[in-house]
Design a binder for this molecule. Structure first.
Ligand code: C2E
Ligand code: CA
Ligand code: CA
Ligand code: CA
Length: 276
């Protein structure tokens, strides 16, 4: 039994050492990726439910690794958040998105809103208000075309500071969205204190429409509540015509989802815009 215990232990530490090693290797590769121009921004259309027009896009980061191919955010965003690398990644995504947006405007494409995700780390530790105004000046992208997506946890963590920062961003004409709504702990009372423009219903409440009555009621309630507070409501992860029909009937304003398009490389998103 003792022998077995020891080999189990050894197996366990070996596995831990290996996991730590892989973690470190990934961190080193990611750190390198930022400078080596291996990050990409993909754009997912945001659609006006009333008329089907593309009115904007969410910028979503990808990592084009020369050896491993295209790496999805689920495989590196958390590590980036833990190591603080998300600061550099987020800044790069913001700058690249604004640069691309300014180019689309110059090319005469329909006037879009581009939404960029802000991580809790960026929001709390970075000098986000200054960074955003610096990037807008550098790129010439208009402030009122930029939307920043924040999660409930980022807002709740430092409520007083968050309210102040949001007001400063709003004063620059930047639009603010709360992401993944319904998955955190925010209450109506909280939400009322934040100067937000858009509430994004989390995909998990959209997935089971029209099969789960509970989720349908939650989605309908979030739409009504968002409107009561003066926000526009966007549904995430819309994949079927049934889901879209339900959301439309409940007065939802905007949606994103595979029903229209997955996130696309800039050139393909541009083609989609020109086709419409
Ligand atoms: P998110 O902000 O909630 O982004 C929406 C995610 O849902 C995206 O995954 C998008 O591709 C996916 N999605 C959209 N419509 C559908 C659909 O109809 N069906 C399905 N199955 N999925 C859909 P993605 O691009 O893999 O990003 C995952 C998460 O990684 C994002 O969730 C966000 O939390 C994070 N992320 C991505 N880019 C950035 C970034 O630049 N900065 C930060 N801080 N986080 C990012
Ligand atoms: Ca988002
Ligand atoms: Ca989301
Ligand atoms: Ca999400």
């Amino acid at each position: 039994a003792k022998k077995q215990g020891r080999s189990t232990y050894r197996f366990y530490t070996d596995a831990l050492t290996r996991a730590a090693g892989e973690h470190l290797e990934l961190e080193i590769r990611l750190r390198h990726a930022i400078g080596a121009n291996q990050l990409r921004v993909y754009y997912q259309p945001q659609v006006d439910i009333a008329n089907g027009h593309i009115v904007g896009a969410e910028a979503l980061v990808r990592w084009q690794d020369p050896e491993r191919g295209l790496i999805q955010p689920v495989n590196f965003i958390q590590l980036a958040e833990e190591t603080g690398l998300i600061g550099a990644i987020g800044e790069w995504v913001l700058r690249e998105t604004c640069r691309q947006g300014a180019q689309w405007i110059a090319a005469g494409l329909p006037f879009l809103t581009l939404a960029v995700n802000l991580s809790p780390h960026q929001f709390m530790r970075g000098n986000i208000v200054e960074l955003v105004s610096k990037v807008l000046t550098e790129t010439g992208f208009p402030a009122d075309r930029l939307e920043l997506e924040l999660t409930e946890s980022a807002l709740m963590a430092q409520e007083e500071d968050a309210v102040k920062m949001l007001h400063l961003l709003r004063a620059q004409d930047i639009r603010l969205a709360i992401d993944d709504f319904g998955t955190g702990y925010s209450s109506l009372a909280y939400l009322k204190r934040f100067p937000l423009d858009i509430l994004k219903i989390d995909k998990s409440f959209v997935d089971d429409i029209p099969f789960h009555q509970d989720d349908m009621e939650i989605a309908a309630t979030i739409i009504a509540m968002g409107h009561t507070l003066g926000f526009k409501v966007l549904a995430e992860g819309v994949e079927t015509a049934e889901q879209l029909g339900f959301l439309q009937a409940k007065g939802c304003d905007l949606y994103q989802g595979y029903l229209t398009s997955p996130p696309l490389p800039a050139a393909e998103f541009e083609k989609l815009l020109r086709k419409k």
